[in-house]
Design a protein around this ligand. Structure first.
Ligand code: CA
Length: 226
């Protein structure tokens, strides 16, 4: 069953869409403001996000901008009829499609089917190392079939390590790749997040996967001492 995240603050629209999508066999999770929507999307596990633009908390474009730093979750924007700029900006920012309000449910269902079809046609990027598997598109990590719950930042850090397995990455490199060049901060933030990641991995496996290379940085490889 496809899981859809619906971020819409107008209760009547949200209820109507939820009802219709549930009737069509989709599993719907609702969020009423941008922050909650972003939090849920970053948690992962969804196949598609329906994202309203005018939202309390964070507006839809800001939600999209932040989400795209860590996730390729398909996003279908819900826009007002005359908001041409929103459509252009949204598509530039990585929205997959948009639908103009007021829309018919048939049109919405057609757009959803198209977005989901496009998604499954793409080669699903899978990364793996030892017992660890990452489904980048679905934003999911599993160890021996068990899901590991990661925040967006932890996911992004682990993805960077997975894409460079066997290569030692310095704290500065990880800061650049995961937090972005514009982030002014201490590189010991990397150490903190590595600790979070290790703790979450340790809950599922005894194998030590992330190694510290003293004076250099971190690397994803089997512990030679094991
Ligand atoms: Ca709205």
């Amino acid at each position: 069953m496809h899981k859809i995240l619906l971020v819409e603050d107008e209760p009547n629209i949200a209820r109507f869409v939820e009802l219709e999508l549930t009737h069509e066999g989709y599993e719907v999770t609702k969020a009423e403001d941008g922050r909650e929507g972003l939090r849920l999307a970053e948690e992962g596990g969804f196949d598609l996000m329906l994202l309203d633009i005018m939202l309390p908390g964070l507006n839809g474009l800001e939600v999209l901008r932040r989400l795209r730093k860590t996730s390729r979750l398909p996003v279908l924007m819900l826009t007002a009829r005359d908001a041409v700029m929103d459509k252009v900006t949204g598509l530039d920012m990585g929205a997959d499609d948009y639908i103009t309000k007021p829309f018919s449910i048939e049109e919405l269902l057609a757009r959803i089917r198209t977005a989901l079809r496009k998604q499954t046609k793409q080669e699903t990027p899978q990364l793996s190392f030892g017992p660890l598997n990452m489904d980048v598109l679905r934003h999911m990590v599993t160890i021996q079939e068990e899901t590991v719950d990661l925040t967006g930042r932890e996911f992004s850090l682990l993805q960077t390590l997975l894409e460079n397995q066997g290569i030692v990455l310095s704290r500065e490199t990880l800061m650049d790749r995961v937090w972005g060049y514009d982030f002014v901060g201490e590189t010991n933030l990397v150490d903190v997040y590595i600790r979070y990641l290790r703790a979450k991995i340790a809950e599922k496996t005894d194998r030590k996967l992330i190694q510290t290379v003293r004076g250099v940085g971190y690397v994803l490889r089997e512990d030679e001492g094991q």
